[in-house]
Design a binder for this molecule. Sequence first.
Ligand SMILES: Cc1cc2nc3c(=O)[nH]c(=O)nc-3n(C[C@H](O)[C@H](O)[C@H](O)COP(=O)(O)OP(=O)(O)OC[C@H]3O[C@@H](n4cnc5c(N)ncnc54)[C@H](O)[C@@H]3O)c2cc1C
Length: 493
Amino acid sequence: METLLTPSPSSPLPNSSSISLPKTPFLHPISKNLPRKRHQIVQTSKFASFLDLEPKLKPFFLDFDVPWFNPTDRARFDVIVIGAGPAGLRLAEEVSNYGIKVCCIDPSPLSMWPNNYGAWVDEFEGLGLGDCLDKTWPMACVYINDEKTKYLGRAYGRVGRKELKLKLLCNCVTNGVKFYKAKAWKVEHKEFESSIVCDDGNEFKASLIVDASGFTSSFVEYDKPRNHGYQIAHGILAEVDQHPFDLDKMVLMDWRDSHLGNEPYLRASNLKFPTFLYAMPFDKNLIFLEETSLVSRPVLSYMEVKKRMVARLRQLGIRVRAVIEDEKCVIPMGGPLPKIPQKVMAIGGNSGIVHPSTGYTVAQTMALAPLLAEAIVECLGSTRMIRGTPLYNRAWNGLWPLERRCTREFNCFGMETLLKLDLNGIRRFFDAFFELNPHYWEGFLSSRLSLGELFMLALCHFGHASNRSKLDMVTKCPVPLVKMIGNIALEAI
Ligand SMILES: Cc1cc2nc3c(=O)[nH]c(=O)nc-3n(C[C@H](O)[C@H](O)[C@H](O)COP(=O)(O)OP(=O)(O)OC[C@H]3O[C@@H](n4cnc5c(N)ncnc54)[C@H](O)[C@@H]3O)c2cc1C
């Protein structure tokens, strides 16, 4: 164990610059309760290490009162939202804001969300949600390789899950949203009304059902083959002896691979299907670390991702004392949109909102839910009662108007391009990408660019690219490019 985790002589020393403590109440109680002693680690294999540590933080519930719906009331709702994740609560909050009668169904509406979410600060601030970031970094950095690091002057934040969930819940409660604790089991439709049967046998009726149950949703239909790519990652929030990262920069991507020098198999597979490290350093002993496959198809083996992470942390001299939380991240990316329109509306992970080239979803969900709410309110608002097919049409086209469907096609093209690049191709790609005018790279990552701007971005990217990278684009992109143009043309007809 000692040899496995002892810092290598070449490891940089941890940065000692000071930062203010994360203001989240979420982190303080945990670190307060954490035993400071080293945990005994039983090493069972070459790759055992922090992987053997049990996460200290167990799932917990928010201490918050919500109005529970009593099924004997037999009330009828305008909108039922399935799922109290970020998407479900944001939509419930927005729709109920207009006086629409909403019920949100989830097996555990007050459970803390399990994932560590990151977002660009300007995205959250622009939505009035800046107070829901529990830690921010003024800059981000990208390690292209051992020689080259790019510094991005764009602030990044970790979403305060507790702050965001409480804010959304508070607004929901103020607006009269009811909650029901159950799993939606079956959805049925009549001409102007839908109903949900829950796993406890109770049935609820509404004019519109919105499925916000995440990636595993079974209520949303597709009419095209689902050829997703997948982002897969292993993440830990860890107490460490030390780490080498600056405290004022989050590490968006670390593509260095020198840690695999003594691992010929891992090195070869990483060259073909690369993974990078994503890191959010909270202080010199507390850091979130995630080894990530940006996108792969079929999905890269989870065990392989974890083995690479062990080798990387060893090389970086990061000795994990305790794992506070861990997460397995599998995000389906790209592929076709759900069938538009259909009788169940969708928002969040199951609705096509996931950025096909990056996997980012939360900020975009926060931004699009109000637009979907407006479309729903246009139909169900007090002065109108448009239901059935015109309502489904309006809602789906509110979330996915033509321009947004076309820009998503472009982003899927980005994903298809990334799928074709090996480690060196990816490095060249991002080397040129982050040289672009920030209007373009920031806008691309935040889904803010129009189709015209995206084509300009592609041209500028090509212009900035090295000759090898241009060759990559010319030889590897034609098929995805033709597909994208074809799909955009089909959308436009
Ligand atoms: C580990 C991980 C890390 C991620 N990190 C980021 C990130 O840093 N930044 C980012 O932008 N995106 C990130 N994502 C992607 C995306 O933002 C998240 O998946 C996000 O949680 C999606 O929100 P959601 O509300 O659509 O679904 P979920 O968060 O999955 O919420 C779905 C809710 O529906 C409930 N539910 C499920 N089935 C039913 C049912 N049948 N009936 C009733 N309720 C049901 C669940 O209990 C849950 O509460 C990450 C994803 C993962 C998996």
